[in-house]
Design a protein around this ligand. Sequence first.
Ligand code: AMP
Length: 543
Amino acid sequence: MYGLMSERPLLISSLLEHAARYHGNTEIISSDSDSNITRSNYKKVNTRAKKIAQALLKLGAQKSDTIATMAWSNVRHYELYFGVSGIGSICHTINPRLFPEQLIFIINDAKDKFLFIDIDFIPLIESLISKISIIKKIIVLCDKDQMPKSSIIKNLICYEELLDKENGKFEWPTFDERTASSLCYTSGTTGNPKGVLYGHRSTVIHAFAAAAPDAMNLSAKDVIMPIAPMFHANAWAIPYVTTMVGAKLVLPGRNLDGKSVQGLIESECVTFTAAVPTIWLMLFEYLEQSGKKLETLKSCVVGGSACPRFMMEKFYEKYGVEVLHCWGMTETSPIGTINRPLPKHKGQNFAERLDIAVKQGRPVYGVEIKIADENGITLPNNGKDFGNLWIRGPWICSGYLNIENSETHGEDDWFLTGDVATIDPDGFMQITDRTKDVIKSGGEWISSIEIENFAVGHSSVMEAGVIGVFHPKWDERPLLILVKNENSEVTKEEILEFLKDKIASWWMPDDVVFVDSLPHTATGKIQKLVLREQFKDYKLEVG
Ligand code: AMP
């Protein structure tokens, strides 16, 4: 219609172009595998991303080609996010922690044409190279004098040499915003990983939503450090959001131990960061040993797994940091819900506030969620009924790459998340389990996550996993499997006593077992499937 708003496409390159123009001198800090820091800024990075674009076009990259990265969270990886997507190619960020056979599968499934890798991953790629078919060139993210020699991979290209041949005088091309921009595979616990394709439009509108005050509340005044790796759901899309608002960006590289994380927060005056609970546990351990603080940090996102209550208490009370509990998935770009208080919560005491804050939060604008029973009948939002969690919205995947008729994609754009949740009358969603992990005792559901969260609140417990094991009367009963903190001693009886006033009596684990470590997936989640396999012959004492 005449006079309607312009249809200028929402493209990922426009985020960086804007940052280069209006926040050109704002810094981008990057820590390498030896914890050496390099400093760049939006202006320089935009030019270098354009050089990548020029080089890729010369190498023969075309629109919709898949171009892979295997790299830590560093500035070269960040440049590739824009250089690759900026010319309409798809930036496939490979998770190096996947098993070798999964890596071979995803590289072949994605038909990766070029691969950019950090030096650290050369041995890994050498071990796979005979089984990956499409890759034409491998480019090593390093300086000329760091270039490794490989007798197995022929014709490795040096990234900096490649860039040096270009002048960066390049206009980002304009194309349909519905073009695919990046690709990430989910690391499911069964079957092959599945490819999730992000688009320019979905990425940009997700960034608008993520930056908003009732979401992450980010602005150019912030110093933002994504800790979730750039190969996992695009570091939770935080590099895009940071670029959009023009904030200082800190990329922490490979070393995510407590000392390194605290060191970067302090030296770069980080105000906002985001990570899974495991990272925060390591950070707390270091803070306690060293007596250091998190003085500049204002808020942090906890997601990827449920944030235990004790973790929130510690962040607020001991370190003065606001916790934003978020839920999302690779398939949801990733933001689904974020926990922020409502006006009616003003005046609540700390304990009441935490009762709500431990939930995974409410949908941000753009996202709709619902819970439904096994037959797809929608369940009430009463905070009590558990159901399968469904989600839809413009940044939620509509299917998986190369998979026709996905079983988890329903009518009207609804996507079945595989999580089980409650939703309260205010819309606060709380995850109780993964569908496959739910414990059914006498037909009633027990939340393994809730028991785990309370168990890790015990000062002697480092990690907890709860699975259902066979019971002749109740069919399944919860078994609590614990890893103790170093040099800590605790008994089964003490643990059960500790849980007593925290969970319903019929949720009490029938037994507690101590192990040295728990199995984890490539993204750091407890592998319940493996745990169930390990304990499949476990016999509960039945009184
Ligand atoms: P991924 O796609 O690897 O990021 O994993 C997504 C899954 O992580 C979700 O389906 C949930 O099972 C889990 N998850 C993410 N955030 C949370 C959270 N805040 N609490 C509990 N589980 C979460």
